[in-house]
Design a protein around this ligand. Sequence first.
Ligand code: MN3
Length: 380
Amino acid sequence: MKKVSILGSTGSIGTQSIEVCEKHGLEITAVAAHSSIDMLEEQARKFKPECVGIYKEDKYKELKSRLADTNIKVLCGMDGLCEIASLEQNDIVLNSVVGMVGLLPTLTAINAGKDVALANKETLVAGGEIVMSSAKAKGVKIYPVDSEHSAIFQCLQGNKREQLNKIILTASGGPFYGYSYEQLQNVTKADALKHPNWDMGSKITIDSATLMNKGLEFIEAKWLFDLDPEQIEIVVHRQSIIHSAVEYKDFAVIAQLGVPDMKIPIQYSLLYPDRVECPTKQLSLTDYGTLTFGKPDYETFKCLSAAIEAISRGGSYPCLVNSANEEAVRAFLNDEIRFIQIGEIVSSVLENFPKTEISSYEDVAAADKAAREYVRGLID
Ligand code: MN3
């Protein structure tokens, strides 16, 4: 029985991961979340993990007193997340926290020799170089949880990596597919929070509306599968049935399909290489009838082109655009800026920062801080 720690256990991926663990009898060693103490308490009582972590330090006391009648250890802050990520008992750490905050716990798990099921894409966007080289040095496996990257990982099984030509990264296109730049001027927060196919947290839902999510996934794919940016083609596929595909030297294209339900990639990341029944629906292609494909609009969706430009330039740029995006999305959700400004802010980073190299966590943290201060300076 595999032992799993779940970081971000109260979010959309976290709760679905718990469902998968329950279904297959995986033991939950620890759960941690940002601030939802009601749900954390509920999970702690139900699964009796060794530890529970709360990121927001001001909620720590209350959670600790609520769990005082148990022998569960309560941890807090970044130190708490890192302690959980490196627990001796862990076989695998599922990291589904939101944002750059996920990077240090991922690195800590890797350095402790723990395999990682990675749902925190910002980990690879901001620190891809150091994450992949530490994983290689430690002989640790990183299993992608993101549906597109899981699809690519699945399409690579049983084939020779050196015979891969390129990958086809599919994108739903989000709620504003087909909109002109003019039309995007007037979209509201409510419009942006409605995603056609996936039910997700608010940060990733906004990222899907700006297409930043696909930009982040482009960078994530580059690092996970050791690709050149030229080997990644983005295709808009509105139905989210083909989760991505791989083209080989013989021009054979292998795709992975399924209903849009994260439990399939979550389960594959936790049970790899086993395939057993998943608590989801079966795919009926005839119910869909038609699958469509198109090109993304790089001009209108500035976040997408900025992310691709950032990874092509390398160095600190991917981290800078990611952190600028995190701040811009936060400001948008707080009604401080309009939707269209997210893309303007993110792309302006490319003009306003010189390239610096990233060789340590401290380099990433410095770029992160600079980008956030820059964005706050634009807004305040
Ligand atoms: Mn995805």
